[in-house]
Every structure is written in C-alpha cells, then in structure tokens.
Design a binder for this molecule. Structure first.
Ligand SMILES: [Zn+2]
Length: 188
C-alpha cells in the first residue's frame, strides 16, 4: 500500500512540476543574451586609439562622455569606422535631431548579470538596426559631424542605468553615467 502511495505521489508531483514549467514559459520567459560582453575595447582606431585623442574627457565641462577625435583635427576623421566596444544588442539606431545627429545605443550583458549601455553619437552613417546583435569590434557606423554642427568626432557615453532618456550630453548630475575610458580600461 505504501509503495502505491509513493508512486501516486510521485506522479502527482511530476504533473505539478510540468504544469509549473509550462506556465513559466508562457508568462515569464527568462531572457538569455545571444552574446555576453566579456571584454571591452575602444570604439575608434585600428589598432584601438591609433590616430585618435580624447578631445573632451568625462567630467570636463560636465561632459557625460568622451569625445574621440582624429589627431589631424577638423573633419580629417569624417567617415572613419566606429566599432562596438563589446558584444551587445542594438536598442536604438536613428537620427535624434539637432545636437545629437545619428545615435546608436547598444546594451551589453555582462556575465555577472549586470548590464551597461554604450551610446555613440554624431554618426555620418548608421550601419546597424535595432534588434541586431553585434560583437566586439563590429562596425556600427562612421564618424560624423551631426549634420555639420561640429568638427567630426565620436561622442561616446557608457551608462550603468539602461534605457535612460538620451539627455543633453552634459550635466553636473552623473547618476547612471560611467567614465568610459576608466570603464574600458578595467574591462579590457
Ligand atoms: Zn561629447
């Protein structure tokens, strides 16, 4: 009798377990990144940073990112490739209007289950679409001048709060923003 009870109980438990897992896959699917970001690298130059300098670093004039500029100055870097700083998912890729020009935003999923977002601005040409998975070093677009309002350069931000408003590129409040060079150096 005890044996039968045990078998019956096991079948019952097994059915419950099945039901639970079905319910979970319906309503609460776990998101698994196609590519985790395990290494980060600078977005310009091949090799990285060759021919570039940081014209305005993080925090200078309340700047929320780095401005990567060709050493030749002016528009000498116009049309140069911009690479993804790590593996990730493109979540934004369009012209954001005056001040920003073409913007690409990529979310990076780290193995410690944290996320960071990289934001690249003033592109001449965008070469990715929302929903694209990119790998470290994949070309996202080309350096531009935001429709002629700046000398060509890349504005790069790294944020540890995902999906924040695009903002204005400058602020005394740095909540959610990381020093890009400092972050990349630590994650290389
Ligand atoms: Zn900038």
């Amino acid at each position: 009798m005890r044996l039968f009870s045990t078998i019956f109980l096991s079948i019952l438990l097994f059915s419950c377990k099945q039901d639970n897992s079905l319910a979970q896959s319906d309503s609460n699917e776990v998101f698994i990144p196609v590519y985790y970001a395990d290494t980060f690298e600078y977005p310009v130059g091949n090799p990285p940073l060759e021919g570039y300098y940081n014209a305005q670093g993080f925090g200078r004039n309340n700047h929320l990112g780095d401005d990567w500029n060709g050493v030749g100055g002016g528009n000498t870097d116009l049309g140069d490739p911009v690479y993804s700083i790590a593996n990730g998912l493109v979540v934004y890729a369009e012209d954001h209007g005056p001040g920003w020009g073409n913007v690409v935003r990529v979310v990076h999923y780290l193995k410690d289950s944290t996320q960071v977002e990289s934001l690249y601005a003033h592109f001449d040409e965008i070469m990715v679409e929302v929903g694209d998975w990119v790998r470290l070093g994949d070309q996202l677009g080309t350096i531009g001048n935001a429709n002629g309002i700046y000398p060509a350069h890349l504005h790069l931000e790294i944020r540890d709060q995902i999906g924040m408003d695009i903002g204005g590129g400058y602020s005394r409040n740095r909540d959610g923003f990381l020093d890009p060079t400092n972050f990349i150096e630590r994650q290389k």
